[in-house]
Ligand binder design. Sequence first.
Ligand SMILES: [Fe+2]
Ligand SMILES: [Fe+2]
Length: 135
Amino acid sequence: MDLVTWSDEYSVNIREIDSQHKKLVKLITLLQKETDEKNQHKAVNEILEELIKYTVYHFSFEESLFAQYSYPETRTHIQAHTELIEQLKTFLNEFHSSGNVLPIDLINFLQKWLIDHIVGEDKKYSSYLNSKGVN
Ligand SMILES: [Fe+2]
Ligand SMILES: [Fe+2]
């Protein structure tokens, strides 16, 4: 499986947010390393918990910037964050409760879940926030 790695095409031109996105990518990469092992359950759970915690922190960081600079797409973006958290919880519940979700499906899901949002939604605020002096 191709592992997601940071690429400049994911940059939103805001240093702190790029660094938070890099940390999220790193957590997913770490998860893949752990799932290569046979008995990975404990480590996987720990990483998933950190991923959820850090995602919640990251989303609220973005949302506080939106509020501070009156970003016009705030409502839509917050809605997307809420849906992402719901999707993540649903997928993780399934992962924990059924044997049908393979670790590799989990990694694929998380990669797509994160990168699609960065490229599809986060990049939309770049020029607005840059124009307000956030970079
Ligand atoms: Fe983001
Ligand atoms: Fe976002």
